[in-house]
Design a protein. Structure first.
Length: 236
C-alpha cells in the first residue's frame, strides 16, 4: 500500500502498522474454518502412514486427501493474491482477454461452490489503461466477495461484464446474493467493514488499485435483497 494518505501527506507509523496487521488478518480470514478442517483430514492421514497402516487408506480416501490438499493450496494462493499490491507502469491491456484470464483462475473456486460464472462482453470495450496485477487484484477481490455472499442462495450466479460507457471502459462484477446491507454501503470503501466475515480490507484495496490506475470503483445502487453490483470505470 502507499506510504501516504488520501490527501498526499505522509502516513503515520501507527496507520501503516494497522494496515499491515489488517492485511495479515485478511489472509488468515480467507483460510478460516475450511482450511482447519482440511488440515485435520490431512493430519489424520499422516498419522495412519506414521503408524504403518497404509492398507487402511483405500484409493477413494487417498483421492479425497488429494482434493483436500488442492483446495487448501488454492485457498491459500487466492488469499495471498487478493492482497498482493505490486505493480508496474500502466499500459494498454485488452480488457476481455485480461478478464477471461482472471475468470479462468477463479473458475475452480466457483465450481466447488456451485456458482455459475456469466460473461457479458461488448467487443467495443477494446483496451483499458491499467496494470494487469492491479486489475487482477480488483477482480479477484470482487469475485471472492460475491462467492462469500452467495452461500445458501439458490441457483447462485456471478456475472462479469465489460463495455464502453461515456468514452471510457466500464467493467462490472455482480451477483444474485442478498446485496450489501444499507448501513454498510457508505463505508465499504472507506474503512474495513464486512457483512461476511474477514476484515473488509479487500474493497479498500480495490479502491486504492483503481485510484492508482486513474479509474474509479463504486457500488451500483440496487434495491436491497436483489444482489450486489460493483462498477469500475477506467481512464480513457
Amino acid at each position: 500500500m502507499s506510504g501516504r494518505d488520501q490527501g498526499g501527506s505522509p502516513r503515520s507509523d501507527a496507520a501503516a502498522a494497522r494496515d499491515r496487521l489488517a492485511a495479515v488478518a485478511f489472509v488468515a480470514s480467507l483460510l478460516g474454518h475450511r482450511a482447519r478442517n482440511q488440515l485435520a483430514t490431512i493430519r489424520a492421514a499422516l498419522e495412519l502412514l506414521n503408524a504403518g497402516m497404509e492398507a487402511n487408506m483405500p484409493p477413494e480416501y487417498r483421492a479425497t486427501l488429494l482434493r483436500e490438499m488442492d483446495a487448501l493450496v488454492g485457498d491459500f494462493n487466492l488469499g495471498v493474491d487478493t492482497i498482493r499490491c505490486d505493480f508496474g507502469p500502466l499500459e494498454r491491456i485488452p480488457v476481455q482477454e485480461a478478464i477471461e484470464g482472471v475468470l479462468g483462475e477463479f473458475e475452480p473456486f466457483a465450481e466447488r461452490a456451485g456458482v455459475r460464472l456469466e460473461r457479458r462482453f461488448d467487443p467495443a470495450a477494446g483496451t483499458v489503461l491499467a496494470d494487469f496485477g492491479l486489475l487482477r487484484l480488483v477482480l479477484l477481490n470482487l469475485l471472492r466477495n460475491s462467492l462469500q455472499a452467495l452461500g445458501g442462495v439458490g441457483a447462485p450466479v456471478v456475472a462479469v461484464s465489460a463495455g464502453p460507457a461515456d468514452g471510457r471502459c466500464q467493467v462490472e462484477v455482480g451477483d444474485n446474493g442478498p446485496g450489501v446491507a444499507g448501513e454498510l454501503r457508505a463505508r465499504i470503501f472507506l474503512e474495513p467493514v464486512t457483512g461476511w466475515g474477514g476484515t473488509g480490507l479487500g474493497l479498500i484495496l480495490c479502491r486504492d488499485a483503481m485510484t492508482v490506475m486513474g479509474g474509479t470503483i463504486r457500488l451500483v445502487g440496487l434495491p436491497s435483497g436483489i444482489g450486489a453490483r460493483f462498477r469500475m470505470d477506467f481512464a480513457a
